[in-house]
Design a protein around this ligand. Structure first.
Ligand code: PAF
Length: 282
């Protein structure tokens, strides 16, 4: 398996092995890989001639130094997991210096308002960091198709917006959320939960599924109130936000419209671990 730590070496290798017609599938990650990431890799391998995965904990998208410091870094274990999908996958695991060349700052993007909702309200600067790294990685890898999980649905919409606005020739593909047997959405952050917390965190998806049922008869405001009350009964979980929003604009749903697609978005703290999840409502 080829592992590159340096962008110039990766670029030279890709130039040597690909022709104009070679489809490159790309899966950007921050490592601590789980089945969700492996499902993205499987989709990339099945639909492209070459697959590249990046493993890079991107400092500019963290608005909390403690979260950045505690983010799991497990390169050896990650490589072993990638090999279970295919040993032909190319791994790009650069250093912060290789990517940022001594200037670890974000570009400033305009994502047409997508960045002001939900994660944007609670994680200032986060999406400029995501936009910066994804754009840079797209420029290095030059993928045909790039695969992102729908758990980070807001990120997926923002990456699609950035790709269109910057006119990057990449097709951005959203892939379904993978869940643990109890319904908890797979996430690298789940590693930081205790066994008990991980079991109890099943409540997040249960409440999301119930909110989908309720939304068939009730308003977004009524469903939101019900979710807030439900979490108040579980003091181990601190609800940061629950929002029902239009899938395309991410604007909050004030009054339901028949021809719009809605989605519920949630962020919850369990101890100091922040978990997010989402569900399509109609
Ligand atoms: O979703 C993630 O893991 C990250 O935000 C991404 C897209 C790899 C950018 O650092």
């Amino acid at each position: 398996m080829l592992i590159f730590n340096n962008q110039n070496e990766l670029v030279a290798h890709l130039a040597a092995v690909s022709k104009a017609t070679t489809n490159i599938g790309f899966v950007p990650t921050m490592g601590a890989l789980h089945e969700g990431h492996l499902s993205l890799l499987r989709a990339a391998v099945a639909n492209n001639d070459l697959t590249v995965i990046s493993i890079f904990v991107n400092p500019t998208q963290f608005n909390n130094a403690d979260d950045l410091a505690k983010y799991p870094r497990t390169l050896e274990a990650d490589v072993a997991k990638i090999k279970t999908v295919s040993d032909k996958i190319i791994v790009f695991a650069p250093s912060v210096d290789d990517i940022y060349q001594g200037n670890t700052v974000s570009e400033s993007f305009n994502f047409d308002g997508l960045e002001h909702q939900m994660e944007g309200q609670f994680r200032p600067g986060h999406f400029n960091g995501v936009g910066t790294i994804v754009k840079r990685l797209f420029e290095i890898v030059k993928p045909t198709n790039a695969y992102f999980g729908e758990k980070d649905f807001q990120q997926l919409q923002i990456v699609k917006k950035m790709t269109a606005k910057e006119k990057l020739p990449v097709t951005v593909i959203g892939c379904p959320i993978l869940r643990e047997p109890n319904g908890l959405a797979m996430s690298s952050r789940n590693e930081r939960l205790t066994d008990t917390e991980r079991k109890e965190a099943a409540i997040i998806y249960k409440i999301l599924k119930e909110s989908r049922k309720l939304f068939a008869q009730k308003s977004a405001a009524e469903v939101t109130q019900w979710v807030q009350k439900s979490f108040a009964k579980h003091p181990a979980f601190a609800l940061e936000y629950f929002q029902i929003a239009d899938e395309a604009t991410l604007l909050p749903c004030v009054r339901k419209s028949q021809n719009k697609k809605y989605r519920a978005f949630i962020a919850v703290f369990v101890n100091n671990v922040r978990l997010i999840d989402t569900i399509s409502l109609n």
